[in-house]
Design a protein around this ligand. Structure first.
Ligand code: FRU
Length: 468
């Protein structure tokens, strides 16, 4: 451990000790940072039974700062225990941020791959110059102690026609070969994914470049690739989408392409579909649990979005992860549902037909099924409205001022011809809505003054559970 690491570790512990993990808006079943700022999920894995989640962590300021990796563990994906900070920006190749990356579990070892970020001082555009993106490996035998950082690739190792924006390695193994994808911004502002291959996980060679036929945004961040059912999916968090289709949506998008053909060779990307239609969702990552489930977790936040805020900043912290979601395919459609561990936390409160009202639960799940004639309207905390009208499902706030429950959020919606069922999962200041068995998901943070729920869905069966 060098002197810088030692002092950083001490400072982080100091600010963490001054914070008590309390706060009126702190969710109970969602991973939150002990203090300061959190963004992307990193290094997600299950190792020797235990779930590990690392997160982009800037502990000194709730509005962001120098990134490190915080570490939390869980036995059930719902109760997370903070374990400390494990990667500090303490080397010449990562001193402006230990950026996002992934974990590969192999036997009795986890290999973590991440981006070491450098931002040079000077008069640069920080796109084609002034930045460095280093690919770094660090291994662990127990998931808690991490070994020495090894610098594997620098900008010179990426293709010449990409800008300095290359990052967020996701690694997997197929047979004896290791594969790594990284998000990239090509010169001329075109997003793509670089695919590298390796025999040993250390020496990497560019094997493929994957993008859409027509340019689609200028940068693809946090790529992920996995097979599920018959499908091969390439996820990417895309920046720079413009035009009518993207009006009334978030500044950046997270979604997936179905891939036709092998990602390692000539392949084609089908239409991009969003993973989430709400206000707060970005940079999701997935991993395969030991029981074979594909579990995806997103950052329940949005970068570069001054339009809305989070009222936890006053409590000294900001942002959380989404509830971990199981991805699965049914009748050819990708669906998402909260991990099944959540069912064990349910305590039945009420079963009703047509309408349901409750006013004292901060953490709950409610399911409206067999919805008739698309009739559905829910009001949460008096200010968050979920409603089907005019051919679309809406998530909207009655008051868009930053001091209200919305924190400045307005409306998000998605067209759909039929509404079959809706699951709402609320955890103090988070709300995740799974529509039609999770074919569409809407996630938002909100800051209600009261814990009320009112649902009207004439003809539907409505069940409310308290979550413990
Ligand atoms: C996505 C992202 C990543 C980067 C990280 C830095 O939110 O911009 O591309 O590695 O955040 O915190």
């Amino acid at each position: 451990m060098n002197a810088l690491t030692k002092d950083l570790a001490k400072l982080v512990r100091m600010v963490e000790e001054q914070n008590s993990f309390q706060g009126r808006f702190r969710p109970r079943l969602h991973l939150t940072p002990p203090v300061g700022w959190l963004n992307d999920p990193n290094g997600l894995c299950q190792y020797q039974g235990l779930y590990h989640a690392f997160f982009q962590y800037a502990p000194f300021d709730a509005e962001g700062g120098l990134k490190m990796w915080g570490h939390s563990t869980s036995r059930d994906l719902l109760h997370w225990e903070y374990q400390g900070t494990v990667l500090y920006p303490d080397q010449p190749f990562d001193c402006h941020g230990v950026y996002s990356g992934s974990a590969l579990v192999e036997g009795d070892r986890i290999s973590f791959y991440y981006t070491g970020n450098i931002k040079l001082d000077g008069d640069f555009d920080y796109v084609t110059e002034g930045r460095e993106a280093n690919t770094v490996l660090v291994e662990s035998r127990d998931g808690f102690q991490l070994g020495r950082k090894e610098l594997l690739m620098k900008n010179e190792d990426y293709p010449e026609d990409v800008t300095r924006h290359v990052r967020d390695p996701k690694v997997w193994k197929e047979g004896d070969r290791y594969y790594m994808i990284q998000g990239a911004r090509r010169k001329g502002d075109r997003g793509e994914v670089l695919l590298f291959a390796s025999d040993d996980g250390r020496i990497w060679k560019l094997q493929n470049r994957i993008t859409t036929e027509e340019p689609f945004g200028y940068m693809w961040e946090c790529p992920d690739y996995f097979q599920i059912g018959e499908k091969q999916l390439l996820c990417a968090s895309v920046q720079g989408l413009a035009g009518k289709e993207w009006e009334d949506r978030n500044v950046y998008q997270s979604g997936y392409f179905e891939v036709e053909g092998p990602v390692t060779g000539p392949c084609r990307l089908l239409d991009y579909r969003l993973l989430d239609y709400g206000f707060d969702y970005y940079a999701p990552q997935s991993f395969e649990a030991e029981d074979g489930r594909r579990i995806q977790i997103g950052w329940m936040g949005m970068p570069d979005c001054p339009a809305h805020t989070n009222r936890t900043i006053g409590e000294g912290w900001q942002h959380c992860f989404t509830i971990p979601r199981e991805l699965y395919v049914k009748d050819g459609i990708l669906l998402q549902r909260p991990v099944r561990e959540l069912e064990e936390k349910r305590k039945l409160r009420e079963e009703r037909q047509d309408t349901l009202v409750s006013d004292d639960l901060p953490v709950y799940e409610v399911l409206a099924e067999n919805i008739k004639e698309n009739r559905f309207r829910a009001v949460l905390g008096g200010e968050l409205i979920l409603e089907y009208r005019e051919g679309r499902f809406e998530m909207r706030f009655t008051d868009a001022s930053k001091e209200s429950a919305s924190g400045g959020r307005t409306i998000r919606y998605q067209e759909m011809s039929q509404l079959k069922n809706v699951t709402i999962l609320t955890d103090v200041s988070t709300c995740e809505v799974f529509v039609n068995d999770g074919a569409y998901v809407f996630s938002t943070r909100f800051y209600p003054e009261k814990d009320s729920i009112g649902i009207e869905a004439l003809g539907a069966e409505i069940t409310l559970w308290e979550l413990e």
